[in-house]
Design a protein around this ligand. Structure first.
Ligand code: ADP
Ligand code: MG
Length: 366
């Protein structure tokens, strides 16, 4: 088991990279603590698999170092790094039985047969594979093969880390939820560092204590699901996490705050000072649909928006509003009256975020 440190890491698949756009991983320093349950979350093509393969040793980074407990492992194979990796599609030996497939990583380590039997049975039980142990892997369904593949990744409890690369893609939806719970249980039992790659925010937050959100080859935020929700450090996190995502509106600086159309949003002096000291090309405010306050009726200090659409989702409603020409989504709890025609809203200061060139501006962080 190990702390995994990525030090000034960058990777380009091109031998002669020109600018930053030629990098699948842009320079980053990041630490995965020993024993953590982590998710690496981001859209297709953002560099998740590249990063995972660099950690496991399938890929050698073009720049920077990979350190396990402070020791450089750049030149070590996955076996030498003692890493187990589970891929999107099953990797099983078709001619072997399920038992022998699960036993393979243990036998490879010279584990004695009595213990092999115990461990294989243990993992078969966790993954509901007991009935299949004697079957040839070639006779399994795609779901079953992937469970065997996961079992091979999970069977050793002495690995440095287990890496999962979208392992539930080929798994039936009703099984997915169950397997995610199992993974979490296994993590709690053995306390092995696990990094779970997914493009699904629900999958990430049910598995992980902390989520690294990746975008364009960078980790733009590393935090708990709550931190990602309440304080997105990058507009992409605001947009990608939440359903619907954060409202993001282009604004211009004004005296005492920022504005768009005929809307003026006052900002605290500390924020104005930070803004004045920052260079930027684009400026946006962000507020989550959950945090927009909807008044029960006309209210002098509120902003008046047009209601363009109401979507009833049972326990809550999503309103689509037009505020000074900007589209805005608002989540309304079921016990609240639904505004008709016009809605009086305000943005509580605590939840109004300001983004310069897509990164959150925080007072005191100039
Ligand atoms: P993800 O797993 O998040 O979908 P990848 O790590 O697979 O993303 O890909 C990141 C970027 O690197 C993409 O632009 C992809 O096209 C590129 N890429 C991935 N693998 C290779 C490769 N073997 N050769 C060249 N480019 C690659
Ligand atoms: Mg991938």
């Amino acid at each position: 088991m190990a702390e995994i440190r990525l030090q000034n890491l960058a990777h380009s698949y091109s031998k002669t990279p020109g600018g930053p756009e030629d990098y699948a991983i842009r320079e980053m320093t990041h630490i995965w603590n020993q024993g953590g349950a982590y998710a690496l979350l981001g859209p297709s093509g953002c560099g998740k698999s590249t990063l995972l393969n660099i950690i496991s040793g399938l890929l050698s980074p073009s720049e920077g170092q990979v350190l396990f407990d402070g020791k450089r492992v750049n030149d070590l194979t996955p076996e030498k790094r003692n890493i187990a990796q589970v891929f999107q599609f099953p990797v099983v030996y078709d001619t072997m039985t399920v038992f022998d497939n699960l036993a393979f990583p243990l036998r490879n380590q010279g584990v004695d047969e009595a213990r092999v039997k115990i461990k294989v049975n243990e993992i078969a039980e966790v993954l509901d594979l007991q009935e299949l142990l004697k079957k040839k892997a070639s006779n399994l369904t795609a779901d079953e093969k992937q469970k065997v593949s996961m079992g091979r990744g999970l069977v050793r409890d002495d690995v440095s880390a287990i890496l999962f690369d979208e392992p539930l893609t080929v798994i039936d939806p009703h099984l997915k939820w169950k397997l995610r719970r199992k993974l979490k249980q296994i993590h709690e039992q053995f306390n092995i560092t696990m990094v779970y790659v997914t493009h699904d925010q629900l999958e990430a937050s049910t598995f992980a204590d902390k989520i690294a959100v990746m975008y364009g080859g960078q980790i733009v935020q590393f935090g708990t699901p709550r931190e990602l929700f309440e304080k997105p450090l990058h507009t992409f996190v605001g947009y990608f996490i939440g359903s619907p995502g954060m409202n993001l509106i282009d604004v211009k600086p004004e005296v005492g705050g920022v504005g768009f159309g005929d809307v003026h949003l006052a900002l605290p002096q500390a924020m104005l000072d930070t803004l004045a000291a920052t260079q930027w090309k684009t400026l946006k405010v962000g507020i989550r649909p959950e945090f927009v306050h909807v008044w029960d009726g006309p209210f002098e200090e509120a902003m008046c928006a047009d209601v363009t659409y109401v979507e009833d989702l049972g326990t809550y409603k999503i309103l689509t509003l037009d505020l000074a020409g900007q589209k805005l989504k608002v989540r309304l709890q079921e016990d609240k009256p639904v505004p008709e025609g016009k809605a009086w809203i305000s943005f509580p200061g605590q939840w109004l975020m300001l983004y310069a060139d897509d990164f959150l501006l925080e007072p005191g962080h100039e």
